[in-house]
Design a binder for this molecule. Sequence first.
Ligand code: NAP
Ligand code: HSE
Length: 435
Amino acid sequence: MKAVKVGLLGLGTVGGGTLAVLRRNADEISRRAGREIRVAAAAVRDLAKPRDTVDGLKLTADAMQIVDDPGIDIVVELIGGDGVAKQAVLRAIDNRKHVVTANKALIALHGNAIFEKAQQRGVMVAFEAAVAGGIPIIKTLREGLAANRIEELAGIINGTCNYILTRMQESGGDFGEALAAAQQLGYAEADPAFDIDGVDAAHKLTILASIAFGIPLQFERVHVQGITEVAAEDIAFADELGYRIKHLGLARRTAAGIELRVHPALIPKRELLANVGGVMNAILARADALGPSLYYGAGAGAEPTASAVVADLVDVVRAVTTDPENRVPHLAFQPGSLAALPLLAIEQIETAYYLRLKVLNRPGVLAAITRIFGDLGISIDTVLQKGRGQPNQEVTVIMLTQVTQERHMNAATAAIAKLDTVTGDIARIRLEKLS
Ligand code: NAP
Ligand code: HSE
């Protein structure tokens, strides 16, 4: 049977990994796909850049040349962002080519329009590599859990953040050094602010939530917080209290609506997610029939991500001759069946909290703080004073609360900050018990 011709847009970390895996495992891959998958051409930004692995491959600096080439059957977009990548994907669809992409920003921000166009043109847009690197979580949620009503997803879905937090936890390492190492290893986005500010994880959560709950992609409704404000002392205090700090993406059904949030969180050390270290990602899915299930693996890097890209290529090749109406829907639910479920504002979510504050060592200081919590109906779980301090000297106080609504915690911390015995800012991190 004729080989399937693939055009690779981008030959960086993921593009290079994809080419390497396709070449190394060519025989096994074509036995699975039923046809040879051959990379016919690749687009890069800088043709002069030295590259080891491109012998015999036609290179161009014009991605549109590949997209418009009638000899290319599938376009694999591995450029990133929503500039050239978006133009190329939309034009490939217009040209009735199937698309594989690892670009979570593109799917989270423009996926609704992209899938609509793909549906009209009868082509597939596959994006397994966009979420959690090599873990086949899209396929799992879309196909493996198709019988279930999914109640909750909680995941470590940014490898760079997890790598940085793990290094800070294990060696008290410096944030900047850990980030530089993640960049060197090819984990970080072209602009690493997307990782450390939580935006990349929010792109991924947007996609996961849509597939899990059958709702349109709504990136703008996700609460996004990164890891730049996680202090080494919070990691140490959390450890002392039996918790690890992880950067979490949470999508949860509640009676009032859906919570969509990305932020650092304390997790009890005994929980599996607390023990996911380095660049590894993990997603806990809670579903009504299956119950909880956990998916774990490398969340970034050249070949782990290529594993997902190539799996998508095999899926597309297998499905090329099927009737477009009978393919697995892009967002798991039939396009006409996406529901407008209510999404909660962050003030409406319910969680527990870790607080770190500096107070003057005086009688009645803690009583004043606990009175504020009591008046707002917030129960305190743990109070820890660090150091004895002389009278009227500053001491650090750590508090853990029980679950409350975020708006009550906002009111409590605003009132506590006004006490003249409280000095400096109050550090606040959400605390999640997932099991
Ligand atoms: P990367 O290493 O920066 O590679 C980007 C590639 O795109 C480079 O080969 C670059 O060319 C090429 N490129 C940039 N602008 C171009 C243009 N205008 N025309 C043609 N080619 C262009 O990025 P990456 O880490 O592989 O990420 C690619 C995508 O995969 C992104 O969407 C990212 O979010 C996603 N992703 C990455 C990972 C990961 O672990 N890195 C994991 C999952 C998903 P030059 O080589 O000439 O610079
Ligand atoms: N920059 C992303 C991360 C790549 O660190 O998780 C994988 O999506």
